[in-house]
Design a protein around this ligand. Structure first.
Ligand SMILES: [Mg+2]
Length: 295
């Protein structure tokens, strides 16, 4: 497998060749544009890259934030129209279900914002319960099927509990019930150097139990990458540079969809990047800000 190339070590002619190798930039947000606050130079990077004639779009696995929250963050980073050019799993799931003319009920093991996006798109959703009984015998009610349910959607539910998993598993026993997953993240960075278990672990559990693979509408799913391309009006994945901070999600999406990949070392160390024998980015840099002087 080819060694990732340090962008900052390229001589000017090789850097120009790199710039000429893509027309579109798809960028992750968390850990690339902002972490706790805006990361220095991120806004400048996109402004300069646009001046080089590149189109810019944003692709995140984070459906948790409201539109207002995203707009505030893009604004703080001096990025205009960020939200309008953003693809997140909730939007992809709603569009996917619309494309199927889906008209049954959706059981959501998802964050509140994903459920709101689906409801705003006209779908009938329900979730819960918030808490389960401490007595196992009371759990029988969660094993009752509801034939009006036609899809189970998993996406960043931080309130997931055993009753919710029971209900999901019950509905998914019927093969015609769609199994859809947004964010896959098995681990998420809470702060630099602090990776913790993410909600993707629960989807993995359901995959294990049901022996079913979900329709993957979050990174690194190819369908999600293709959906982002469609939204951006891009037809050739080979002309896309995907920028992210996570190997599994971001480099993984690049590999599954056919994008070139650039890893910023916010949440992944250079050693971890090199140690990964299966997924390696084409390029890496400390941060977007570190590339600005070369532009
Ligand atoms: Mg990220």
């Amino acid at each position: 497998m080819a060694e990732p190339v340090n962008l900052l070590k390229l001589d000017p002619s090789d850097f120009k060749e790199f710039l000429d190798s893509f027309d579109h930039v798809f960028s992750d947000c968390d850990g690339v544009i902002w972490s706790n606050g805006t990361l220095p130079g991120a806004g400048d990077f996109f402004e300069k890259i646009k001046k080089h004639g590149k189109s810019v779009h944003y692709v995140s696995n984070n459906s948790l934030r409201t539109r207002q929250d995203y707009e505030k963050r893009f604004h703080s980073a001096n990025i205009e129209n960020g939200f309008d050019n953003l693809t997140v799993p909730s939007i992809a799931i709603a569009e996917y279900l619309k494309s199927l003319n889906f008209n049954k009920k959706i059981y959501c093991v998802a964050c509140p914002e994903t459920m709101r996006v689906l409801e705003r798109a006209g779908f009938q959703c329900f979730e819960g319960p918030e808490v389960g009984s401490e007595n196992y015998r009371d759990y029988l009610i969660y094993l009752e099927d509801d034939l009006d349910v036609g899809a189970v959607v998993f996406d960043s539910d931080f309130r997931v509990n055993l009753p919710r998993l029971y209900k999901a598993l019950t509905y998914l026993k019927r093969p015609e019930v769609l199994f859809i997953n947004g964010a896959t993240d098995r681990h998420v960075p809470f702060k630099p150097g602090c990776m913790v278990l993410g909600t993707g672990a629960f989807t993995d559990l359901v995959v294990d139990e049901t022996k079913r693979q979900p329709v993957q509408l979050g990174k690194p799913g190819k369908l999600f990458g293709e959906f982002a391309m469609k939204r951006a009006g891009v037809t050739d994945p080979n002309r896309v540079l995907f920028i992210g901070d996570m190997i599994k999600q971001d480099v993984g999406l690049g590999k599954s969809t056919g994008f070139k990949t650039l890893l910023v070392l916010t949440n992944t160390s250079k050693d971890e990047m090199i140690a990964n024998q299966t997924l390696r980015p084409d390029y890496y840099a400390e941060s977007l800000g570190s590339i600005v002087p070369l532009l």
